[in-house]
Design a protein around this ligand. Sequence first.
Ligand code: FE2
Ligand code: FE2
Length: 129
Amino acid sequence: MALIEKSDIYTVGFDLIDNDHADFIGLLNQLEAAGNAEFPALFQELFEHTEQHFGHENQLMTQFAYAGEIEHKGEHQRVLGEFKQFKTRVDKGMIVFGRSFVRERLPQWFGLHVTTMDSALAAYINSQT
Ligand SMILES: [Fe+2]
Ligand SMILES: [Fe+2]
């Protein structure tokens, strides 16, 4: 069963962000279905994808002089830090920690972040263009 269905994705209405989110969900669901042998490499891939995804949004915030920039960037930084701690554990073979992060923490965080910070950012950009 997929952790998040593609149809459940809250569309923010800005393609670059929506495409990153669709890819994030795809990788998350792949991880859920992955065996232990393939889990670490996919976990690494999701980590790198998340760095890029946050980088795209951070760049947009700077480009459009977004008022919520500090708060939103700070949240990205915080989540990447958390992600990194789990990646360290997965790299040491503690895959069970990575699985719980992928099953519980990430989907919960993602749903909240997209419907609040990311949707606010997209609405602002769309009002400026
Ligand atoms: Fe996002
Ligand atoms: Fe974001």
